[in-house]
Write a protein that binds this ligand. Structure first.
Ligand code: FNR
Length: 374
C-alpha cells in the first residue's frame, strides 16, 4: 500500500513513494545517473549553495507567475522535460504527462524515444496546449528530417536538439537490472535492431549520430521554421557559439546526470554564463537581435530552485524525474498535484523574497558567492 496522494507535500515525497511501488527495472532506469552519480547529486545540491537576499515591504499581495517561453504563454516558468520510456512507469505512458500539463498550462517536451508514438502524444493535446520536440539526431538524416517536419506539421512549437549524448552514458544501476523489455516499451522511429543486454539506456541509443557537429545547425534551420534550441550545453564558450550559430536558445543541462559524470550542474553553468553575456552586451538582448533564451534543467525539486534560476537569468527550467515519479506512483492526479505544489511553493517563495512577477526576479535577489562562478 502507499500513502494517499494528499500525503505528498513536495516533489521529493513522490520519489520516496515511487521507489517503493515501481518495478525494479523501471526504477533503475528512471533513477539512475552515470557512473558514480556525482553530477546527479550535485544538480540539486548546487541550488543549496545559493542564498536569497529577500526584500521586504514591497506589497506582495498579488503574485503573478505567468511568463512566456520561446513565445508561448505559460502559467509558471517550468516545463515537463523529455524523458524516454514513459510506459515503464505507467501503462499509458507520456500521454499522462500531456493531460496534466494541459490542466496546469505547462509546456511538455516530447522525447524522441517516447513509449507512446509521437502522434499519440500530439493527439492527447487539448485546446491551445503547447508541445516541443526533443530530438536525437539519427545517423540517417532522412529519418531525422521526417521526424522534424512531421513534428512541425503536427503543431510542435520548438525543436530541442540533444547535444550532450553522442553516446549514452553508462548507468550502472540500469545495466545491473538487465533490462530485457525495451522493445515493447519504445515505439520510436529509430528503426534499428538494438542490443538489449546492457540495460534500457544502451539498448535504445544505437542510432544516435556521434558525428553531429556545429556544421549541421544550418541544415536544421533549412528544414524547419520551429525555434531551434540546443539541449545539453555545459560551458559559456558553447553558449557564445550557440548565439553565433543563431539558434533560438540553449538548455544548460547535463541530462540529469546521466551522461558525463562530474560535468557541472546547469545552475552552476548559468552563474558562469550570465555575467559574461551581460558584459558582452548580449543579455538582455540588444534591440533587433535575434531571440536567444536560456533554460536550465537538472535537480529542480523546489520552487525556490526555479526562482533562483530565473533570478540568475534563465527564462525557465525543465523538470524530469519528479513528474515521472508522480506519474508512476499516482498517475495523472499525481503529476497534477506535483505541478500544483510547485505553483503554491512558487507563489509563497516570490512573496517571501519580495517579488510580484517573473520580471521582478533579478540577480540582486540572490547571493551566489557559494558557487564556483559566484
Ligand atoms: C532523461 N533525459 C533525456 N533527455 C533527452 O534529451 N532525451 C531523452 O530521451 C531523455 N531521457 C531521459 C530519461 C530519464 C528517465 C531521465 C531521468 C532523463 C534528460 C532530461 O531531459 C533532463 O535533462 C533531466 O531529467 C533533468 O534532470 P531531473 O529533473 O531529472 O533531475
Amino acid at each position: 500500500s502507499k500513502p494517499d496522494l494528499e500525503q505528498c507535500f513536495n516533489l521529493t515525497d513522490f520519489e520516496a513513494v515511487a521507489r517503493r511501488v515501481m518495478k525494479k527495472t523501471a526504477w533503475a532506469y528512471y533513477s539512475s545517473g552515470a557512473d558514480d552519480e556525482i553530477t546527479m547529486r550535485e544538480n540539486h545540491a548546487a541550488f543549496h549553495r545559493i542564498w536569497f537576499r529577500p526584500r521586504i515591504l514591497r506589497n506582495v499581495e498579488h503574485i503573478d507567475l505567468s511568463t512566456t517561453m520561446i513565445g508561448t504563454p505559460v502559467s509558471i516558468p517550468f516545463y515537463v522535460t523529455a524523458t524516454a520510456l514513459g510506459k515503464l512507469g505507467h501503462p499509458e505512458g507520456e500521454v499522462v504527462l500531456t493531460r496534466a500539463a494541459h490542466t496546469h498550462q505547462v509546456v511538455q517536451m516530447i522525447p524522441t524515444l517516447a513509449s507512446c508514438s509521437f502522434d499519440e502524444i500530439v493527439d492527447a493535446r487539448q485546446g491551445d496546449q503547447v508541445q516541443w520536440l526533443q530530438l536525437y539526431v539519427n545517423k540517417n538524416r532522412a529519418i531525422t528530417k521526417k521526424i522534424v517536419q512531421h513534428a512541425e506539421a503536427r503543431g510542435c512549437k520548438g525543436l530541442f536538439i540533444t547535444v550532450d549524448a553522442p553516446q549514452l552514458g553508462r548507468r550502472e544501476k540500469d545495466m545491473r537490472s538487465k533490462f530485457s523489455d525495451v522493445g515493447s516499451s519504445v515505439q520510436n522511429s529509430s528503426g534499428d535492431n538494438v542490443d538489449r543486454s546492457q540495460g534500457a539506456a544502451r539498448a535504445i541509443s544505437s542510432f544516435i549520430d556521434p558525428a553531429l557537429s556545429w556544421d549541421d545547425i544550418p541544415w536544421f534551420r533549412s528544414i524547419t521554421k520551429m525555434p531551434i534550441l540546443l539541449k545539453g550545453v555545459q560551458r559559456k564558450e558553447d553558449v557564445l557559439k550557440a548565439i553565433e550559430a543563431e539558434v533560438d536558445g540553449v538548455v544548460l543541462s547535463n541530462h540529469g546526470g546521466r551522461q558525463l559524470d562530474t560535468a557541472p550542474s546547469g545552475i552552476e553553468v548559468l552563474a558562469e554564463v550570465m555575467p559574461e553575456l551581460r558584459a558582452r552586451g548580449l543579455y538582455p538582448r540588444p534591440p533587433g537581435a535575434p531571440r536567444f533564451e536560456i533554460f536550465i534543467d537538472g535537480g529542480v525539486r523546489r520552487a525556490t530552485d526555479i526562482i533562483k534560476a530565473i533570478c540568475l537569468g534563465a527564462t525557465g527550467v525543465g523538470i524530469g524525474r519528479p513528474f515521472l515519479y508522480a506519474m508512476s506512483a499516482y498517475g495523472e492526479a499525481g503529476v497534477g498535484r506535483a505541478m500544483q505544489l510547485l505553483k503554491d511553493e512558487m507563489e509563497m517563495g516570490m512573496r517571501l523574497i519580495g517579488a510580484r512577477s517573473i520580471a521582478e526576479l533579478n540577480p540582486e535577489l540572490v547571493d551566489t558567492r557559494g558557487l564556483a562562478a559566484g
